[in-house]
Design a protein around this ligand. Structure first.
Ligand code: NAD
Ligand code: MG
Length: 399
């Protein structure tokens, strides 16, 4: 069989690098067609030298020119592009079989949608795309015959625990019809699960990005600390598995060995377990419905910590509640909340606001836009922009 042609959007990030790690283990199965990065010329250069993709892209023209120059020096023939349109074009390239959507934030929406509209097999890590546009996104998947496979470890775990018949079209089936009572979305609770609330004002970006179990990009690490990540995943699950808000329950499991579960009406609960390493869901989705090695350390049950479970405390994790409220309110609310959160996290990382102010800013922006109605892509993008402007305005109140 010919190797599958893989495009990686966000190749220079945490998920992108883990994807290349798995791809490198199976050169007979996967070939890299294109790699894209935001600003990291040095990382993309090394990746192009190792994987020899036909195409590469960076955000800025000047960075692309620099990469082109260095590749030429290294004797690598990769063709280099720049700009947002290039990302969308590469994602939809006729020779691409699989597109890994691993850009962080709203910037990933358009290229990921381009892959969907070209009917590709889309491996979705970029949860923000679905949070912004879930309804439209899933409709596009159906209309264009794309295949959507979740990379987020929780959603990949849930997917693995679904009946095979449902896996083919989980985003349009009724869970109840398959005997499913509930989706149990697990989360570690992040680094501040036991920190006294009185100390939250003093939390630094360094503390917030140091996740106890997972190594990830900065934005998702801060989201894990506020549990906005679980909130975004709640919205993501709502669209991926066509469920109502009441079908999903968040369960804190600090050890991150169970990656989520599905509870059936007969009393069975199916769980997917493993060491916390994103190469497992990446390998699963790359090879689905087959299985390939990922080089993840096998789970040794004589060696794992005792499993514990807790209900989330909304006083500690207000962002989780905001996301659940936004999910119930609709797509306008989730788009606005996602935009606010991107601005708030960036401001926190730049030491402009304190940790608890991430939730405070999010709450104010959500309250302002909660009733907004959006359906078309242009409306979603316009609301995203409006919510960002409003967030920037509110930021002034916090300094
Ligand atoms: P990261 O910050 O490590 O990498 C992000 C990638 O996106 C980089 O390649 C960066 O260059 C690129 N990028 C950023 N802004 C861009 C822009 N404006 N235009 C084009 N490219 C841009 O992030 P990550 O941790 O790899 O996360 C990527 C996505 O996967 C996020 O949506 C995250 O929520 C999701 N995810 C990550 C993990 C994980 O373990 N890291 C787990 C589950 C889900
Ligand atoms: Mg996750």
């Amino acid at each position: 069989m010919m190797p599958k042609q893989v495009v990686i959007l966000g190749a220079t990030g945490s998920i992108g690098c883990s994807t290349l790690d798995v791809v490198a283990q199976h050169p007979e199965l996967y070939q890299v067609l294109a790699l894209t990065g935001g600003k990291r010329v040095d990382v993309l250069l090394q990746q192009c030298i190792q994987f020899r993709p036909r195409f590469a892209a960076l955000t800025d023209a000047a960075d692309a020119a620099e990469l082109r120059r260095q590749l030429q020096q290294a004797g690598v023939k990769t063709e280099v592009f720049s700009g947002a349109q290039a990302l969308a074009d590469l994602a939809a390239h006729p020779d691409a079989d699989i597109v890994m959507a691993a850009i962080v934030g709203a910037a990933g929406l358009l290229p990921t949608l381009a892959a969907v509209k070209a009917g590709k097999t889309v491996l979705l890590a970029n949860k923000e795309a679905l949070v912004m546009s879930g309804e439209l996104f899933i409709r596009a998947v159906q209309q264009h015959g794309a295949t959507l496979l979740p990379i987020d470890s929780e959603h990949n775990a849930i997917f693995q625990c679904l009946p095979a018949t449902l896996q083919q079209h989980c985003y349009q089936s009724q869970l109840a019809g398959a005997g499913i009572a509930k989706i149990l979305l697990t989360g570690s609770g992040g680094p501040f699960r036991q920190k006294p609330l009185t100390e939250f004002d003093l939390i630094t970006p360094e503390q917030a990005v140091a996740h106890p179990n997972w190594s990830m990009g900065k934005k998702i690490s801060v989201d894990s600390a506020t549990m906005m990540n679980k909130g975004l995943e709640f919205i993501e699950a709502r669209w991926l598995f066509n469920c109502a808000v009441s079908d999903i329950q968040v369960v804190i499991h600090p050890q991150s060995i169970i990656h989520s579960m599905v509870q059936y009406t007969d009393g069975s609960v199916l769980a997917q377990l493993g060491n916390p390493d994103m190469r497992t869901p990446i390998a699963h989705a790359l090879a689905f419905p087959e299985r390939i090695a990922s080089n993840v350390k096998p789970l040794n049950f004589f060696d794992v910590p005792a499993f514990t479970f807790e209900a989330p405390d909304y006083g500690r994790y207000p962002c989780l509640l905001l996301a659940q409220q936004a999910c119930a309110a609709g797509q306008g609310a989730t788009t606005a909340l996602n935009a606010a959160n991107e601005i708030a996290v960036e401001a926190f990382l730049n030491r402009q606001i304190r940790f608890p102010e991430i939730a405070a800013l999010n709450a104010r922006v959500l309250a302002h836009f909660s009733a907004s109605k959006v359906a078309e892509l242009e409306e979603i993008l316009a609301l995203d922009a409006q919510a960002r402007t409003y967030s920037q305005l509110l930021l002034k109140d916090f300094v």
